[in-house]
Design a protein around this ligand. Structure first.
Ligand code: AMP
Length: 548
């Protein structure tokens, strides 16, 4: 027997309609190009998103078409979030920090028809435009008087485009499983892969962000979004804020400690999110200006730290300096991203702070909807005893089933689990602790560096026989690459020469911080590089670039 409740689909357009109707005056504050500040609200975001959807339709964007953004956190980007998904097209947020060739690859692979870009990326756009196979139009996110003269096909200005839209546009009624947005992840080897979210997965994920034991986002919050909107939909918060009617503060491109502090103070922010590197910069600013700052001006209550392990020092400083609770969250592009969240249990109520920090240093417990499990080398599920470590696998309604372009279910094992490439233990209370990574990547300041790409590049040098890259701890960036090289016999190669050679072929921030020369590298029985052994060998090694 079927239930007799209404079956209204869970759509992203419903989120913005709700925010406009019930929290219309709640502000959305943005820092735009050049530092200009603009104050909007949920009602205006909704009106402009409808106009934009209509205007995009006028440009020929149809349901299922991909529209790309290379953009910072601003209200225009937010309007694109709602307009593109709401009309049934797919918003493809592209990470502008990738190397230009990777960006071109991603745009071509997704078959984006339109690219909307912030003015900071005008040069990048003209550089890669000749390599793009499907892009027909470029939209500059600016006013008409700011539109630069660029050689780009169909170039137009965002505000002009918006003017052409019909303010009476009505959102279409879509199937809730319709694709809504996509992000590429370079967290694995080979080419970046696309993760395709749906309206349903996005709305369910938003409920989680608003749940008390999720991120607890609510109508009394003013959110400083210090995680980029091209990182897994800014952890879902642009959608969740509309769901609960929180004030949203979008800081543009500048996430420096002084800017974050001033914005937080001026906008009365109660809640924020970001990767550890952002918070290290924030505390560096506070510590340097301690004497002149009145920390009681801040209304901050909770901060979500994720993307990499939250250092204990961040958790402690937030509590001790600002009385702020750090919620550590773990997730991935493939998990929308919220999967485990670090809230407390009743038994932690009376804990001394030091012991409470121990709990917060773990990556949290699974939230409703997401199941997590650890598996041993033979594929057996391991006990949650806080001792045994295994590969972390996840499943749930906002975990991907396949990468874009692959058959549904192809990213899962027979039991429906998705393998994360993270190694973890789970304690008897269900808290997950990430202990290692089996995937061959380095995460620096919240962004991926492929060690395999660097190794391939290094061995391309005529004097290099073999090369390995491992991530070493770094006090500012969490991890930075160390390149370990075996020169060809009889050859002399120095670090500067090698790095010069590599510089032309990868983004600057991918370049190894240091090069070490050795006579040989450890291998497995099948001849593969034994990274575990190398990591052991270099445990405790301090990179010269680490100021700590
Ligand atoms: P991404 O797909 O870029 O969001 O990266 C996901 C990966 O980042 C995970 O598989 C982990 O390796 C890492 N990660 C994310 N959050 C955390 C966390 N709280 N602690 C440790 N590692 C994390």
């Amino acid at each position: 027997m079927l239930g007799l409740m209404q079956s209204k689909p869970l759509l992203i357009s419903g989120l913005i309609e709700h925010a406009a109707a019930n929290h219309g005056d709640v502000e959305v504050v943005s820092t735009l190009h050049g530092g200009e500040q603009r104050r909007s609200n949920w009602r205006t975001v909704h009106q402009r998103a409808r106009r934009l959807a209509s205007a995009l339709g006028g440009l020929g964007v149809a349901q299922g078409d991909r529209v790309a953004t290379l953009a910072w956190n601003t209200d225009r980007h937010l309007e694109l979030y709602y307009a593109v998904a709401g009309m049934g097209a797919v918003l493809h947020t592209v990470n502008p920090r990738l190397f230009p060739e990777q960006i071109a690859y991603i745009l071509n692979h997704a078959e984006d028809g339109i690219v909307c870009f912030d003015l900071d990326f005008a040069g990048l756009m003209t550089q890669i435009a000749p390599q793009l196979t499907t892009v027909k139009r470029f939209v500059a996110l600016c006013r008409p008087d700011q539109l630069p003269a660029l050689e780009l096909p169909g170039l137009c200005c965002y505000e002009d485009l918006l003017e052409q839209g019909d303010p009476g546009f009505q959102w279409p009624l879509l199937d809730e499983n319709t694709a809504s947005s996509m992000c590429y992840t370079s967290g694995t080897t080979g080419h970046p892969k696309g993760v395709l979210y749906s309206h349903r997965s996005t709305v369910l994920h938003s409920f989680t962000a608003c749940a008390t034991d999720g991120l607890g986002l609510n109508a009394r919050d003013a959110v400083l979004l210090a995680v980029p909107m091209f990182h897994v939909n800014a952890w879902g918060v642009p959608y969740a804020s509309a769901m609960c009617g929180a004030k949203l503060v979008l800081p543009g491109s500048n996430l420096s400690g002084d800017k974050l502090y001033a914005t937080m103070r001026d906008e009365g922010c109660t809640f924020s999110l970001g990767v550890p590197t952002v918070w290290l910069g924030f505390f560096q600013y506070i510590e340097q200006h301690r004497a002149s700052l009145d920390l009681s001006e801040l209304r901050l209550k909770r901060v979500v730290v994720g993307g990499s392990a939250a250092p204990r020092a961040i958790i402690e400083r937030f509590e001790q300096l600002l009385g702020v609770y750090v919620i550590q969250a773990w997730g991935m592009t493939e998990t929308s991203p919220l999967a485990t969240i670090g809230n407390l249990l009743p038994k932690h109520g009376g804990l001394p702070l030091d012991e409470r920090f121990d709990v917060q240093c773990r990556q949290g417990r699974p939230i409703y909807g997401v199941e997590v499990e650890i598996f041993g080398a033979e594929g057996q599920a391991l006990p949650h005893d806080g001792q045994q470590m295994g590969e972390l696998r996840v499943r749930g309604p906002w975990v991907l089933s396949a990468y874009y372009g692959s058959a549904a279910g192809s990213a899962l094992d027979a039991q429906g689990w998705f393998s994360t490439g993270d190694v973890a233990l789970i304690d008897p209370d269900g808290y997950v602790q990430i202990t290692d990574r089996s995937k061959d990547v380095i995460k620096s300041g919240g962004e991926w560096i492929s060690s395999i790409d660097l190794e391939n590049l290094a061995v391309g040098h005529p004097k290099v026989r073999e090369a390995a890259v491992i991530g070493l701890p770094h006090s500012k960036w969490q991890e930075r690459p160390l390149l370990i090289v075996v020169p060809k016999s009889g050859e002399q190669v120095d670090a500067t020469e090698l790095l010069e050679f590599m510089k032309e072929r990868v983004a600057r921030w991918w370049l190894p911080d240091e090069v070490v020369f050795v006579d040989e590298l450890p291998h497995t029985a099948t001849g593969k590089l034994l990274k575990t052994k190398l990591r052991e060998q270099f445990r405790g090694y301090r990179l010269v670039t680490d100021p700590a």
